[in-house]
Design a protein around this ligand. Sequence first.
Ligand code: PRX
Length: 622
Amino acid sequence: MEHPDTLDNLLHEERVFRPLPQMIIEAGINPHDLNAAKEFAASNPEGYWEEAADELGWFKKWDKVLDETDAPFYRWYTGARCNIVYNALDRHIETVNKNRLALIWEGEPGDQKQFTYYDLYRAVNRFSNALRSLGVGKGDHVVLYMPQLPETVVSMLACARIGAVHSLVFSGFSARLLRERIKEIQPKVVITADGFYRNGQVVRLKEEVDRALIDNPADSLESVVVVHRANVEVVMDSSRDYWYADLVRHEKTQAAAEIMDANDPLFLLYTSGTTGKSKGIVHNHGGYMVGVHRTFNMVFDLKPTDIFWCSADPGWITGHSYMVYGPLLAGTTTVMYEGHALYPQADRLWHIISKYGVTIFYTSPTQIRTLMRFGPKYPNQHDLSSLRILGAVGEPFNPEAWIWLHKNIGRGQCPVLDTWWQTEAGMIMISPTPVSVLKPGSVTKPLPGIEADVVDSCGEPVPAGKGGLLVIRRPWPGMMSSVYKDNELIRKHYWGRIPGMFYAGDVARKDEDGYFWIQGRADDVLNISGHRIGTAELESALTGHPDVAEAVVIGVPDKIKGQVAKAFVTLNHGVSPSDDLSRALKEHIQRELGPVVIVKSIEFKDELPKTSSGKIERSSLC
Ligand code: PRX
């Protein structure tokens, strides 16, 4: 039976997929264990998260698992000392993992690099020493404007190793956005590349950095480190710019890991929020490490032979938690691909899976919808039999794309795990495991230790089948520790919209079996291809154009990207609407925010609908 391919299917999907008996036999955590873990965590949440923390190495253990004295500013593992990189690298080189592959990287032109844990450990130590010699130390900020390169992983880990706070700015964002972040974050160092390959073209990244740094937006900035990747000519400012290779060449392969307090910041990652401007979400060494480690192992049911590929970009939270930190904490092999999924043709991802024997593939619904258009011809040309688990994140997964993935990529044998979480959550929160009964389009049930619910605006649970607001009732270790320069948002917004509960900003429903179905954002944040973009950011970019008087942006459904942006614009006196102007405005947005930010259509209006108090009435445009 074929269903029409729309997100409305989420409202009446009835198909159910049970785990294959073999999956249950081989599972590290069978359904009985999972239920027992849920029961234990419900009755003793701190005990559950203490056990999870005990699986990792600590320089000093905690005085308290969860300190609620300053709630909702929760603190995990107070008094503990650790370093996430010690657990991601040093711990493994004492074991058989030393010579295991940590990272397999493939460039878009087809070049490859592989690092064992020992290789990666030495590369990270070298760059840690280089950063220290540039004067970077504990608490300093470092901005990474990096594509998908091994040096991106090395840089993140080197910062964390020496206690510096890394902040990645997605390489698809513009110089203007990068400049804004640099201004706000005040980094000591910016790390970038000369360029990188994307869809057969070279993207000249260092040029963007140079543009972002005109007139020095940050007094703190002392150095720019440039990875040589695409062999493009760049201007090097001899007082500030260094080639990465020159810096590490003579550095030692030993570098002590900084002893961090569990509540010291690890990274700062910006995401669009309800309140106009993007906000900097901060995660710490201790709680984040425990949350990511436990969920990575549980959701993907790791085996010693796994090769794990998360196809997200490291510039987003998925790349942080499940391309870099999760797999390395678990001691598995992580795969990274520099380029475009359709380059040189639509089988690139399937080619990579068969070439490296990927066993777990974690991707996004948009990527699947994009590749589905080409039919089963391309996957059929490759041996995908190494795959045992498929996963997705970032946006609602329409059942037809889910079924396509299950049938054509997973041969009907690999569970498709639709995982719900967000930048603020740090770790997977609501998700099946490989032994769960699956319903296409549902993220199934909360993981052990996570108390999620769907409530009305007063916090009352809504009946089964009814839509409401997604909340989390208890703190969890991977949760953000603060909001950079706007920490009151934690009290006022996240734990304040509905007092005593964490407000996720999503609309969801729970069915009669307790399965969660995520419908989309409850706020003015668009989810385009799984990437959060605030309507306020698009509107302010549009009104920055000299011809635009007012602008309002809404999300409209899209078959591939899930959602796309549509703008309504009024023009300044004397300016007439035209196709040329529409094109110019779309280009203006890309220049302002970056090539990834696409407004699909622009409608010119004589006036925008307003409320009696003069505010634009967005809802009447939807
Ligand atoms: O709306 C939800 C959607 O993505 C948002 C979080 O975006 P971000 O912080 O960029 O993190 C994305 C990757 C973790 C959520 O508030 N979202 C995430 N996962 C799902 C989802 N929507 C539906 N189904 C999902 N599995």
